[in-house]
Design a protein around this ligand. Structure first.
Ligand SMILES: [Cu+2]
Length: 169
C-alpha cells in the first residue's frame, strides 16, 4: 500500500512541473516583439541638421530637407576665425511670404538686436544666435507646414551669398 501512494505522488509532482515550464515559455516568446516597436518611431520624430558658415561668407548647404511633423534640431557652426563684429553668421528661417531682401535690409540697421529686426519679427520663424569664428549654436523647433521656405544669414550684406531653401516634405 505504501509503495502505491509514493508512485502516485511522484507522478503528480512530475505533471505539475511540466505545466509550469510551458507557461513560462509562452511568456518569453510574446514579450520581445512588443518592446521593439516604439524605438523606430522615436528616430523619425527628430531631424538633426548641422550647417556651417565660414570666413568666405558661405554656408556649406544651400538646401535642407525635413519631414512634416518632425522636431528639427539644427546646429550652426562658424568654422572660421573672424570676429562676429566683422564676419558674424546666424541662421534665420523666414516665413513663406517673407521678402528676403526686405528682411536683409531691415536687419542691417538692427545691430543692437544681433541683426534681428524687431519690425520683421513676424517674418522670422526661428533663428540662431549671431556667431563669431569657432562658435556654435543649436536650436530646436517644430518643422512648419509642408512647403519651401528660405533661410538666410541676417548679418549686413551676407544674405546675397548666405541663403538657401528649407524644404518641409
Ligand atoms: Cu553671415
Amino acid at each position: 500500500m505504501n509503495k502505491m501512494i509514493l508512485v502516485f505522488a511522484a507522478a503528480l509532482a512530475i505533471s505539475c512541473g511540466d505545466n509550469k515550464k510551458e507557461e513560462k515559455n509562452e511568456l518569453k516568446i510574446g514579450a520581445p516583439v512588443e518592446e521593439a516597436a516604439p524605438a523606430q518611431t522615436t528616430d523619425d520624430k527628430v531631424a538633426e541638421v548641422t550647417i556651417t558658415g565660414n570666413d568666405q561668407m558661405k554656408y556649406d548647404k544651400s538646401e535642407i530637407r525635413v519631414k512634416a511633423g518632425q522636431k528639427v534640431k539644427l546646429t550652426l557652426k562658424h568654422v572660421g576665425t573672424m570676429d562676429k563684429t566683422v564676419m558674424g553668421h546666424n541662421w534665420a528661417l523666414l516665413t513663406q511670404d517673407a521678402d528676403m531682401a526686405a528682411v536683409g535690409q531691415a536687419a542691417a540697421s538692427a545691430a543692437d538686436n544681433d541683426y534681428i529686426p524687431a519690425d520683421m519679427a513676424d517674418k522670422i520663424i526661428v533663428h540662431t544666435k549671431m556667431l563669431g569664428g569657432g562658435e556654435s549654436d543649436t536650436i530646436e523647433f517644430d518643422a512648419p507646414a509642408p512647403g519651401t521656405y528660405t533661410f538666410m544669414c541676417t548679418f549686413p550684406g551676407h544674405y546675397a551669398l548666405m541663403h538657401g531653401k528649407f524644404i518641409v516634405e
